[in-house]
Design a binder for this molecule. Structure first.
Ligand code: GLU
Length: 310
């Protein structure tokens, strides 16, 4: 018997749902719904200071307006509740305890400046942690509330992304021992996403390809915690009509802005579905009409430019 596909959408309520979020949500939802699978929504509100009051409810409302529905989520509950990360600390602590018992965690009181001075960034973006605290005496007086890092050793992670094909990453070179819990007590995204996707029995992660570079770290955690590794499908991002990163200050890239402008949800779904290769035409269509008949599934390989008009 073929295993049921279980996908999810995991927005961070740090702002309004924008077209990029709607695009990955639609991809993930369609994949589940067209195969008789399950779809879960999880709020990733770990970053308390960046969380905006009311954003979570607005995101759910915008998703419903688009015509999406979910089997499990913050408002509908489900067998793996709660679906809000800020209420799941005990799960993250349990995973940390497992890793700590296996001697795989250590405290790190390096400042960002210290790390930047020693480390050289392999690409643009954050530098790999050069292991400064790895062998320091754990009983030393800490210079600041320490973070917990995981030892990656010499692991080279290989996986096949369903869209981007084979990927290989040398964790020591690309990431170094990475943070699982910050000095200020916040759990790292990398830890929480793995613990939750495993606990919620997600079989297929569908998300934007800005997170492709996080996947090797996550696979390392799944394997180290003896959790089943899901499949991964990273979709290209949505860019502005001018070809730049989506700027949230442009109201026509947020779903609520588009709603307020009087655009119909079917117009948005029609264009997103066309961009995602789910339809050959970009004519208005309800999300529910996408599933059922044979989907052409010509996934895009390039970023999709948001339209200037709906
Ligand atoms: N919460 C993350 C975001 O909004 C997505 C995490 C994921 O899909 O793995 O960017």
């Amino acid at each position: 018997m073929r295993k049921v596909i279980h996908t999810r959408f995991a927005p961070s309520p740090t702002g309004e749902l924008h077209l990029g979020g709607a695009w990955t949500a639609l991809a993930s939802w369609t994949l589940a719904r067209s195969t008789g699978g399950r779809f879960t929504v999880r709020m990733e509100d770990l970053d308390g200071p960046r969380t905006i009051v009311g954003a979570a409810a607005q995101i759910l409302d915008d998703l419903r307006w688009l015509g999406l529905d979910w089997d499990e989520g913050p408002d509908v509950g489900g067998p793996h509740a709660p679906y809000v990360q800020s209420a799941r600390s005990e799960h993250y602590e349990r995973a940390l305890a497992t890793l700590r018992e296996a001697q795989l965690l250590y405290r790190c009181d390096c400042s960002r400046a210290e790390i930047a001075r020693i480390a050289s960034a392999p690409h643009e973006g954050e530098a790999a942690y050069p292991g400064l605290c790895r062998d320091r005496d754990p009983r030393r007086t800490m210079k600041r509330p320490p973070a917990w890092r995981v030892r990656v050793g010499d692991r080279v992670v290989s996986f096949v992304d369903e869209l981007r094909g084979p990927q290989t990453e040398d964790l020591q070179v690309e990431a170094g021992d990475f943070v699982l819990k910050r000095g200020d007590g916040l759990y790292a995204y990398q830890l929480a996403v793995v613990v939750d996707d495993a606990a919620m029995a997600i079989s297929q992660v569908v998300r934007g390809d800005d997170l492709l570079a996080s996947t090797a770290r996550q696979i390392f955690l799944y394997e180290t915690l003896s959790l089943p590794v899901p499949r991964f499908l990273h979709v290209p991002l949505v860019i502005s009509p001018e070809g730049e990163r989506l700027a949230k200050r442009n109201s026509m890239v947020t779903i609520s802005g588009i709603r307020k402008a009087g655009v119909d949800a079917s117009a948005v779904i029609g264009k997103l579905a066309h961009g995602l290769g789910l339809r050959t035409s970009d004519a208005p269509v309800a999300a529910s009409e996408l599933i059922g008949d044979a989907i052409p599934w010509r996934w895009p390989t390039q970023p999709w430019r948001a339209p200037t008009a709906w």
